[in-house]
Design a protein around this ligand. Sequence first.
Ligand code: DC
Length: 222
Amino acid sequence: MTTEKVQVIAIDGPSGAGKSSAAKKIAEALSWDYLDTGAMYRATALALMRAGVGLEDEAALFKVLGSMRLEQLGTRIFLNDEDVSEAIRSHEITQFVTPVSADGRVREVLVEQQRIIGQRGGFVVDGRDIGTVVFPDAALKIYLTASVEARAQRRFLEQQAKGIDMALDAVAADIQRRDHADSTRAVAPLRKAEDAVELDSSNLTLDQVVAKIVGMWRQLQG
Ligand code: DC
């Protein structure tokens, strides 16, 4: 029996490896859509924070999960029709999204939405569990990594460009905190799918990463 592959390129890996930048460009190169699942967890964290709801109040949690509407148009993310693309990148949300994304009840709701969106194919999807849980039948799975130093350096430069002053050490410590939380959580921890191709971007430019992944996709098409 052959399993039907879904036309999805799944890109998983730790924070700051360049997944979302690469995923956007790959989607452009193939004229596909891009789904940023991290943004969905972030928008959920924002919805909970705004409602003043924590993870301990199950009834209130389900109320927020059941009433929020998430949408991604291009690279913008909308929460109940409001563009929250900037609001979800705040330091506060970056901290709060760690426990939110570790919660099995939250994951169940978001994974279902991600499957509905991506199922029709022609999607580049980035996250932590795309190749392992969301689309185990993805046609191509990439596990994108980079050294902590390389990731911290990139994030540091990004923050500086945005006018955010944060010491390189603090950026590296935050990346390590997130790596640890993402890979040791009980539900859907970050790990490489057995059939994923591992790509270390430490010494590659964004364009080189994109070219490698697009090349792998084209090769698969024969
Ligand atoms: O990639 P990001 O930093 O925007 O992700 C935000 C958070 O959501 C981060 O804590 C990891 C988590 N996440 C996840 O658990 N599963 C995904 N598929 C995507 C992100």
